[in-house]
Write a protein that binds this ligand. Structure first.
Ligand SMILES: *Cc1c(COP(=O)(O)O)cnc(C)c1O
Length: 392
């Protein structure tokens, strides 16, 4: 189906932050499969996990115990607020599970009327019916029939509307990305996450974080909410870098929040299979180390400093530098799609984003040297963008 706007470019090999195109060119990859190749391409630990598990066992049904799944679940819980996990194959499915878990919780509590889910404008939660209805982008819901009942969006930063929404007796949950990804790398201030959690607790509303993009080390901590002690969620969706490029997602929750998710109410055929779990475990163990998380903090600091330098020198091209860690947004004057082409001509791959941003989502093990190479390429792209603006 013609649903993708593809660049005229294909790759046949990758290593670390490098991608090699079928026509023999080498690119510096700051897309990372949209924040998914968290450890770059062909990371030896992940390749080893894939090969070893691939020769043992790929798939068995969830009607059996799956030791690899229990191990990964234990690890995710040991390093987060959560007590229980449901595994999926994608971020969207993790979001589906989160939304269902929230509504079931209230039903289990004898309050089935609590069904309203409030999200925020500019958010992205995936492409299933529930996910597009929970997201803020009208172009993703139009033409697909009536909107699902029980989903609305609040204006980012409108505290009064948020307070009123949480206080409604019909509200089930608030869903939010601690750092918006597709929306253009917008980070929610840490104190706001803490207040949001307190507000939810006051009214018996569940707080769902969508860390599909900003989790798994992307911000320099394993989960973005860790920057806001006291601001942890009741339910959280992760995916993308959880499998380092292999499809794995997970919905994490406290025992209390998941109390409605009893035998038979939810499930997945592929979710949590031994192959996906072995790779997820290898990715988690590699990402959740001081070496990787400190690298993100250090190199992200360098990026922010250098990018602000570019912004000062090219105010006619760059308006704002935003985001957190390795979820970096560059808001442009020039059209972001055109800028992506200019960067590509410099052999640098960057992702698009809402609010006329391009995003840098490099692998978490990107070196300072590679970051400085990215900056040099961005500088050339800025020069080319300026030349185009002047000509126009
Ligand atoms: C990518 C993304 C999703 C959807 O994940 P898929 O794996 O594409 O289904 C959901 N939420 C956020 C924040 C994302 O970035």
């Amino acid at each position: 189906m013609g649903v993708y706007n593809r660049a005229p470019l294909a790759f046949d090999r990758g290593r670390g932050a490098r991608l090699f195109s079928t026509d023999g060119e080498e690119y510096l990859d700051c897309v990372g499969g949209i924040a998914t190749d968290g450890l770059g391409h062909a990371h030896p630990v992940l390749v080893e996990a894939l090969k070893t598990q691939g020769e043992k066992l790929w798939h068995v049904s969830n009607i059996f115990r799956i030791p690899e799944q229990e191990e990964l679940a234990d690890k995710l819980c040991a390093h987060s607020f959560a007590d229980v996990v449901f595994f999926t194959n994608s971020g969207t499915e993790a979001i589906e599970c989160a939304l269902k878990t929230a509504r079931k919780y209230h039903t289990a509590n004898g309050q089935p009327e609590r069904t309203e889910i409030f999200g925020f404008d500019g958010s992205f939660h995936g492409r299933s019916y529930a996910a597009v209805n929970a997201s803020g982008n009208p172009s993703y819901v139009e033409g697909f029939g009536p909107r699902l009942p029980g989903y609305s969006q609040l204006k980012f930063g409108d505290h009064d509307a948020l307070k009123a929404a949480v206080a409604l007796p019909t509200t089930a949950a608030i869903i939010v990305e601690p750092v918006q990804g597709e929306g253009g790398a917008r980070a929610i201030p840490e104190h706001c996450l803490v207040s949001l959690r307190a507000l939810c607790d006051e009214h018996g509303v569940l707080l769902i974080y969508d860390e599909v993009q900003c989790g798994m080390g992307r911000t320099g901590k394993l989960f973005a909410y860790e920057w806001a002690p006291g601001g942890e969620p009741h339910i959280m969706a992760v995916a993308k870098a959880l499998g380092g490029g292999f499809p794995v997602g997970a919905c994490l929750a406290t025992t209390e929040a998941a109390k409605g998710m009893t035998v038979g109410v939810h499930g997945s055929t592929f979710g949590g299979n031994p192959l996906a779990m072995a790779i997820g475990k290898a990715a988690l163990e590699t990402i959740n180390t001081p070496e990787i998380l400190d690298n993100v903090k250090t190199v992200a600091g360098y990026f922010v400093q250098q990018l602000n330098g570019l912004k000062d020198r090219f105010p006619d091209v760059i308006v704002d530098i935003r985001g957190k860690g390795f979820l970096i947004g560059i808001k442009l004057v020039a059209n972001n799609r055109e800028f992506m082409v200019l960067a590509r001509e410099e052999k640098l791959l960057v992702a698009g984003g809402g609010d006329n941003c391009v995003r840098l989502l490099p692998p978490l093990n990107l070196t300072l040297e590679e970051a400085s190479e990215a900056i040099a390429k961005l500088e050339k792209a800025c020069e080319a963008a300026r030349a185009k603006l002047t000509a126009a």
